[in-house]
Design a protein around this ligand. Structure first.
Ligand code: PLP
Length: 389
């Protein structure tokens, strides 16, 4: 099997699993308990909080553990909406993850107004349009993802913050795809809220974090026992949190050890091989400002669903659009917002790499993609898209 779907989820790093096992097997006490076992669990949670904070240049008390990206995003929208009822406006882009889009719908259902800033064909927000949409006195929140899960497009976060803060609005960023892959620092990029998710950088599923700046007010989404300093109630997922902390520590090391350059070269080789054999292939997300882990490729007139079936037969895991939408035939809303036609969106494959992939895997995958596209095209009779059974 060659796993090239790391934007959907990643494999757990063996070191992460090792760090978690004692907390599944032996140290199962509740971290709120006062006896020794509880104190061991509580210390582990504290240390994980420091590890996650260090990865994003935050203070430990600015990190709240959650069940993942979706919960963090929901918590921020709900909090801002409830604390600033006099400011009805939310500004997003059309390329947000489904969690961001659905939160915006709810914002609207609750009487707020949502403004969608346009993006360029490369998937970056139009800053002039954003400037026009963010209004002093009425915009409560600007929520724009740091890196896109389908194309890898990286947002101009500093400029977004300048515009939003200049108008007195708060900034949330869905950094689920950015954290662990590119430097993310709350000193350099002072957002008010940031969402991250463990399973996108080699921790398990079901654990994530919400960064809440010390400057920002926050009303909890989950209330109950008052864990996480009253910001997220519920008994802590200690093994998951330990895994997240370890994954954060490892990610911090890999940001500095040449992993990015290796993956960049690997992705470049993959795209080069494909472009050489199939010169009409188009890359979504632009060549600049793009995560080094994602290749979103359009093979004109070649049905991506069919390509995926052929690749699956070769043991290659990839996806068309985002995994959250797989199983449905809707064209990707991300590509649509970038001005890609529904037909081209249906011919788009997303390949996403992680540090566990090797160059031979990337080359084998490129050969398999080329072969699959050629096969699909040969099967096409009169130019209609055909499905492969
Ligand atoms: N935001 C982005 C950009 C994502 O890619 C994902 C996961 O697909 C999420 C949010 C949701 O995160 P989680 O799966 O942890 O709820």
């Amino acid at each position: 099997m060659i796993y090239l779907d790391s934007s959907a989820t990643t494999q757990i790093d063996p070191a992460v699993l090792e760090a978690m096992l004692p907390f599944l097997r032996d140290y199962y006490a509740n971290p709120s308990s006062a006896y020794a076992g509880g104190r061991t669990a509580s210390r582990a949670v504290r240390s994980a909080r420091e590890q996650v904070a260090a990865l994003i240049g935050a203070a430990a008390d600015e990190i709240v553990f959650t069940s993942g990206g979706t919960e963090s995003i929901n918590a921020v929208h709900a909090s801002v909406r409830s604390l600033w009822p006099e400011k009805p406006d939310l500004v997003i882009t059309g390329t947000e993850h489904a969690a961001g889009i659905e939160c915006a719908k709810r914002w609207q259902e609750q009487g707020g107004k949502v403004f969608v800033a346009p993006v360029s064909p490369a998937g970056r927000v139009d800053l002039d349009a954003l400037r026009g949409l963010v209004q002093p006195g009425s915009t409560a929140l600007v929520s724009i993802m740091w890196a896109n899960n389908e194309t890898g497009a990286i947002a101009p976060m500093k400029e977004i913050i300048e515009i939003a803060h200049g108008a007195g609005a708060l900034v949330h960023t869905d950094a689920v795809q950015a954290v662990g892959k590119i430097p993310v620092s709350m000193h350099a990029v002072p957002v008010d809220f940031l969402s991250l998710s463990g399973h996108k950088f080699h921790a398990p599923k079901g654990v994530g974090a919400l960064y809440i700046s010390r400057r920002a007010r926050f009303a909890p989404f989950l209330v109950g026992g008052g864990q996480e300093r009253e910001r997220r109630s519920g008994t802590e997922n200690v093994p998951g949190i330990v895994g997240l902390g370890t994954a954060a520590e490892l990610a911090r090391q890999h940001l500095e050890d040449g992993t990015k350059a290796r993956l960049h070269a690997m992705r470049g080789r993959f795209e080069h091989l494909i472009n050489a054999a199939l010169p009409d292939t188009r890359i979504h997300g632009g060549l600049e400002h793009r995560l080094h882990t994602i290749s979103s490729l359009c093979f004109p007139d070649t049905d991506a669903a069919g390509l995926l079936i052929l690749l699956d037969k070769q043991g290659i895991c990839a996806s068309a659009g985002s995994a959250c939408h797989s199983g449905t035939l809707h064209p990707s809303h991300v590509l649509e917002a970038m001005g890609v036609s529904a037909r081209d969106a249906a011919c788009t494959l997303r390949i996403s790499f992680s540090r566990f992939n090797t160059k031979p895997e990337a080359e084998a995958a490129a050969r398999a993609v080329i072969e699959a596209a050629q096969k699909m095209r040969a099967m096409q009779g009169d130019g209609e898209l055909v499905a492969v059974s």
